[in-house]
Write a protein that binds this ligand. Structure first.
Ligand SMILES: Nc1nc2c(c(=O)[nH]1)N[C@H]1C(S)=C(S)[C@@H](COP(=O)(O)OP(=O)(O)OC[C@H]3O[C@@H](n4cnc5c(=O)[nH]c(N)nc54)[C@H](O)[C@@H]3O)O[C@H]1N2
Ligand SMILES: Nc1nc2c(c(=O)[nH]1)N[C@H]1C(S)=C(S)[C@@H](COP(=O)(O)OP(=O)(O)OC[C@H]3O[C@@H](n4cnc5c(=O)[nH]c(N)nc54)[C@H](O)[C@@H]3O)O[C@H]1N2
Ligand SMILES: [Mo]
Length: 659
């Protein structure tokens, strides 16, 4: 990304994509193209503040940094002395995915303190666990290879909305004759532009993937030469045999003939690539669904061909020295791990010790964590000491005792990995921090000093931390130095192959113990998600399946302060048949509810985008912007995925009524 800065005023006038970058190719997504609105927004937090009214009242008064840091250090010391240091919980996720501000000085601080550790499961852990279970590597087909594909399946991947930089490669492939198929319960923007859209019942992808394998095995369409690299091939065949297309049709809503045709097309096309995204794994069987989808690529030998394979994530290429960056070794003793997707329970029922302090940065749990009623109940606790590092007054910041103003990524140095491509990136500040904003790195450095931590790592500069992170001995990082990053800004990982020709599994050689791919066999046995039309929790009280997917114009809850984003995320899309049965008209006020909570929204009737029985909410709206002060996650549950302990946001049953 390039920022045009006026040398006299020091102000930015324009942001644009870097035309030299092989993946982003000179354009930005719609959200970041408007980033200067955010950068110079009058609502930016500029000074440290402390709470003056009751918890959550939003009454704050400005204080100095010395008082802020002093108070936090004093309170944390007292809480650790009385309840043990594990009563202190860090909470962070994807606000910035920079290594230093996202998993650097913060981790050092909490490890040294002996705080509870956070299991960061809110987004991708089920899919990540699936890649590890099947290949022991989080690697995927390079985006640059997609243009060489002949068949591209976007499986639970809303490419145009969430991964727009892949789109030009898909366009190029289609120009060369590729067939583009989308498997998604919703007819997304991506689906409506595809050659074929296959609507599927939410949470049933595992059944579809097994049925495709069933067709491939029974018609002997597998790649004989390559499928020998599947360690548990016979178990895979056995489990696939339990899912004939007719059974899968019942479970998925996809006609058996469509399943057969897709299976034959996948087996008969080289190269074919499956772009699976995280939408698939936000439900009970989502982890194994990803494993079954990756298994299809192995069974049909797609890993041998440029433009083939499967891509969920490329993050495993970034073989950084996390031990040196995060310094887990500073822990005085091994500490407990708290699942961030269970924050509601962690704040309300966890004991031994209870959570007495929460330091929140890069995240807005009051909006994004499931089972929001419990989360908000927890954040309301007068005896919970809460510190929030933020750029804006989010619902989480509003419930803090101390709010600390944070820099944006245009204002601090950081090193970036990616999960959609293979380039390491460095950003230096383009702009000065406004007011008294500080970087997360600096805040945790100051806190470490105030707590009396004398370990030399708390004196490390940003540049020193970057050098330590790059120094891992991995061949992927060979030759990638801070100096080179400063010169070039983005550097391709040293993957041992020219751009667009990285085929790590062309000859099998998976980094598993036996070097083979693992399908999962019996572990792939399908059961519908508890909260789904065929699930055990199916009920007449809450018959509708809610998908609170990604909104086009916001980034989870980031940008939720914007009026246009708020209007968009206030809408909930219903099929006209479902609406008619409930006397709901277009643009009218509705109430979505289940046993966990109720949310008010505006109905948008739309037979084009949603199928009957499915309700779709672009997320994540700021709770405080809605009439009853809660957001869509008041409806979602703390039930976890089959593997990876992830959140099941997209497996959620509700009822809707006019209000
Ligand atoms: N504009 C925008 N871009 C974003 C984000 C954002 O908030 N806004 N967030 C970023 C983040 S944090 C992430 S993790 C990625 C996520 O990127 P994606 O995974 O692409 O996004 P999602 O909307 O979570 O899910 C993708 C699609 O899966 C579909 N889906 C839901 N349930 C199922 C199912 O059971 N089966 C199938 N086959 N499909 C299903 C949804 O309808 C959706 O269209 O996007 C990133 N990019
Ligand atoms: N219902 C529903 N819930 C969801 C999802 C969904 O699809 N549906 N998606 C889930 C997924 S995939 C994800 S990844 C999570 C995302 O959840 P979060 O990681 O909490 O993401 P955001 O909502 O974007 O909030 C990030 C916050 O970090 C702040 N921030 C940004 N940069 C910095 C920085 O440098 N320093 C500091 N201190 N703060 C910064 C931003 O202002 C913002 O308020 O949400 C999950 N929740
Ligand atoms: Mo995410």
């Amino acid at each position: 990304m390039l920022v045009q800065v006026d040398t006299e005023s020091g102000k930015a006038s324009k942001v644009k994509g870097d035309p030299a970058h092989p993946v982003t190719q000179g354009f930005l997504c719609g959200k970041v193209a408007r980033y200067l609105d955010r950068e110079y927004n009058p609502d930016r937090l500029l000074y440290p503040m402390k709470r003056t009214g009751p918890k959550g009242s939003g009454n704050f008064t400005r204080i100095g940094w010395d008082e802020a840091i002093g108070t936090i250090a004093e309170r944390l010391t007292a809480i650790a002395a009385e309840h043990g240091s594990e009563s202190i919980l860090p909470y962070s996720y994807a606000g910035t995915m920079g290594m230093l501000n996202g998993s650097g000085m913060d981790r050092r601080f909490f490890h040294r303190l002996g705080a509870s550790r956070l299991d960061r499961t809110i987004c991708s852990s089920a899919g990540g666990a699936a890649l590890m279970a099947s290949m022991n590597a989080r690697l995927g087909t390079e985006p640059e290879q997609f243009k060489r594909s002949k068949l591209i399946i976007a499986w639970g991947a809303n490419v145009l909305t969430t991964n727009v930089h892949l789109w030009p490669f898909i366009v190029e492939a289609r120009r060369n004759g590729a067939h583009f198929v989308v498997i998604d319960p919703i007819r997304t923007r991506t689906a409506s532009l595809a050659d074929q859209h296959i609507p599927i019942h939410p949470g049933s992808d595992l059944a579809l993937a097994l049925a495709m394998a069933n067709v491939i095995f029974s018609e002997r369409l597998e790649d004989r030469g390559y499928s020998k690299h599947i360690h548990d091939l016979e178990d895979y065949r056995d489990i696939a045999a339990t899912m004939p297309p007719a059974r899968a049709e019942q479970l998925t809503g996809v006609p058996a003939a469509t399943i057969e045709a897709l299976a034959r097309e996948l087996a008969g096309t080289r190269p074919a690539v499956i772009r699976v995204n995280y939408g698939v794994q936000r439900s009970d069987r989502g982890g194994r669904a990803i494993q079954a989808i990756a298994s299809l690529a192995a069974l049909t030998g797609q890993f041998q061909h440029i433009g083939g394979g499967v891509n969920l994530s490329t993050s495993g290429g970034f073989a950084f020295n996390r031990a040196a960056l995060e310094r887990l070794d500073l822990e005085p003793r091994p500490t407990r791990l708290i699942n961030m997707s269970l924050l509601g329970d962690a704040l309300t029922t966890l004991n031994d010790p209870p959570v007495k302090a929460m330091i929140n940065y890069n995240s807005n749990p009051a909006a994004i964590a499931p089972d929001q009623r419990k989360v908000l109940e927890g954040l309301r606790r007068e005896d919970l000491f809460t510190v929030v590092l933020e750029q804006f007054m989010t619902d989480t910041a509003q419930r803090a005792d101390i709010v600390l103003p944070s820099t944006t990524f245009l204002e601090h140095t950081d090193l970036y990995f990616a999960y959609g491509h293979y380039y390491v990136q460095l950003a230096r500040p383009a702009l000065a921090a406004p007011g008294e904003c500080k970087t997360n790195v600096e805040v945790f450095r100051l806190l470490a000093k105030a707590m009396g931590f004398t370990d030399p790592c708390f004196d490390d500069s940003e540049d020193e931390m970057i050098r330590q992170t790059l120094d891992s001995g991995s061949p992927y990082l060979e030759g990638i130095t801070l100096e080179r990053l400063d010169r070039e800004h983005f550097v391709r990982l040293n993957l041992g192959a020219p751009m667009g020709e990285f085929l790590p599994f062309a000859e099998g050689k998976f980094p598993t113990t036996h070097g083979q791919f693992i399908s999962g066999g019996k572990d792939l046995a399908y059961e519908p998600p508890v909260e789904s039309r065929h699930g055990a929790g199916q009920s007449t009280a809450y018959p509708l399946e809610l998908i609170s997917w990604k909104s086009h114009d916001s980034m989870n809850s980031t940008f939720g302060n914007r009026a246009d984003v708020d209007a968009e995320t206030a809408k909930v899309i219903l099929h006209p048949d479902d609406a008619a049965r409930r006397n709901i008209t277009d643009n009218s006020a509705i109430r979505l509810f289940n046993d966990r909570g109720a949310v008010e929204a505006v109905a948008k009737l739309d037979a084009f985008h949603v199928q009957p029985g499915v309700v779709c909410a672009p997320s994540v709206r700021w709770p405080s912007k809605s009439k009853n002060g809660v957001g869509i996650n008041a409806l979602t549950s703390q039930r976890l995925t089959d593997i990876g302990n992830g959140a099941t946001f997209y497996s959620c049953l509700i009822e809707v009524e006019a209000c």
